[in-house]
Write a protein that binds this ligand. Structure first.
Ligand SMILES: Nc1ncnc2c1ncn2[C@@H]1O[C@H](COP(=O)(O)OP(=O)(O)O)[C@@H](O)[C@H]1O
Ligand SMILES: [Mg+2]
Length: 405
């Protein structure tokens, strides 16, 4: 085009900054609105999911209107943000078309003047105009593409944040066959801003049965999570001679089994919930269910987790224990929903099955104390008692915050 006419081309060059300006202006506006729409969208999904999952609480607490209100507010935010992002897209087109036609009008005006003063032949004028019109469409599409790229940057960033998350380590030391003694020194765990464990020193020789007591929030679950390699920590935790944070996780988890406080039952058959993909004989499954005192009629009937009681879920989780053969068993209030008698039977079954192995069990009922050979009491992320089970209850009771109640 330049060789057609330098002055005309100059008009076209004038349009370029205008195009880039509108990419940056409308792109930013649209990108902000798209970001708001994405946030509203994810909040709606979370709210809807939690209000369905907690429908009993919503109904019995008569919170229907509150939850409906949340949903309406979020929908309105989503609608407004979506509307705005489309508006900026349309305004961008209007702006560009206007700028484009202003350039065409200038070319026609200037061209007519030069035609009239015989500086330009009609042929040259028409060919330039044609070239300009042909160029306009691709230029507009290009600009639209740039605008879309610019507006979707926040979405790219959200994806990148997820991709940047560090995966669990896939390599590390293998634990030797030696007994898995536990040596903990100055163990600290900080999550977000507060300290969950605040300097723990603890040595547990292989084969001990330890009960862990303490108030809610004292750090009992955190301690068990550290030992099963689920949490980063500072200080040192030596397991069978290896620093826990350096051990290959799959190896660690084949030797250390954590049964968490809130057992999870999958929407699958009882058999699938127990085998979790491994090939295990039916007779073994039945034996495990008996040891965990779970009554059932058919291994292959699908379970509906929402219809199971807390105690039934716990018994399924407890049955999983007897199918694994860990060296260290970590139990986090795993019998809290069972009646006194069943609890005693199951605990005795576990202690018998793991007689020579290490068990660290968090429990609340003092009636379980004398089944264990050592007790630890935690308070505010520290050990305030470590010794024979007989002294543990008085250590719990003499804690100032309890004594004053
Ligand atoms: N993921 C987490 N992020 C931040 N704080 C947490 C997290 N998990 C637990 N906590 C806090 O850590 C403290 C100890 O928790 P936890 O070990 O679960 O106590 P316990 O099992 O003794 O009741 C509590 O104050 C709890 O609120
Ligand atoms: Mg806990």
């Amino acid at each position: 085009m330049l060789y057609r006419d330098a002055v005309f081309t100059l008009f076209l060059l004038l349009a370029l900054p205008v195009i880039l300006l509108s990419v940056s202006f409308f792109g930013e506006k649209r990108s902000n609105s798209l970001k708001k729409a994405q946030i509203a969208h994810s909040e709606i999904s979370q709210r809807v999911f939690s209000s369905f999952a907690g429908f009993e609480t919503v109904k019995t607490m008569q919170a229907n209107n509150t939850f409906e209100g949340y949903f309406n507010d979020l929908s309105k935010r989503l609608k407004d943000a979506g509307f705005r992002s489309e508006l900026y897209f349309a305004l961008n087109s209007v702006f560009n078309f206007t700028a484009g036609y202003v350039v065409v009008a200038l070319v026609i005006a200037f061209g007519s003047y030069r035609l009239a003063s015989n500086q330009l032949s009609p042929g040259e004028f028409v060919s330039f105009l044609m070239a300009l019109v042909l160029l306009q469409m691709p230029l507009m599409e290009f600009q639209k593409g740039l605008l879309e790229l610019r507006s979707n940057l926040p979405a790219v960033e959200r994806v990148r944040n997820i991709l940047d998350l560090k995966p669990e380590r896939r390599e590390g030391a293998i634990l030797s066959g030696a007994p898995l003694n536990i040596e903990i020194k100055s163990l600290r765990v900080r999550l977000e801003t507060s300290a969950q464990l605040n300097g723990i020193d603890l040595s547990i020789p292989y084969g001990e049965h330890v009960i862990v007591l303490g108030e809610t929030g004292s750090g009992k679950s955190t301690l068990l999570r550290v030992l099963s390699g689920l949490l980063p920590y500072s200080g040192s935790v030596i397991l069978g001679g290896e620093e826990l944070s350096k051990v290959l996780l799959s190896n660690l988890r084949s030797r250390v089994l954590l049964i968490p406080q809130e057992p999870f039952v999958f929407s699958a058959t009882l058999r699938e919930n127990l085998t979790l993909g491994e090939a295990i004989e039916s007779s073994e499954l039945i034996r495990a269910l008996e040891l965990a005192r779970f009554d059932f009629s058919d291994l292959d009937q699908p379970l509906r987790p929402s219809e199971l009681s807390g105690g039934e879920k716990q018994r399924i989780a407890l049955a999983r224990i007897f199918l694994k053969n860990p060296d260290i068993l970590l139990l986090d209030e795993v019998t809290s929903a069972l009646d006194e008698k069943t609890q005693k039977q199951v605990i005795l079954n576990i202690l018998r099955a793991f007689e020579k192995k290490t068990i660290i069990a968090v429990a609340h009922r003092l009636s379980l104390l004398h089944y264990f050979n050592r007790a630890i009491v935690l308070s505010d992320g520290k050990i305030i008692y470590d010794g024979s089970p007989d002294g543990a209850s008085s250590a719990l009771l003499h804690k100032p915050s309890i004594a004053t109640q």
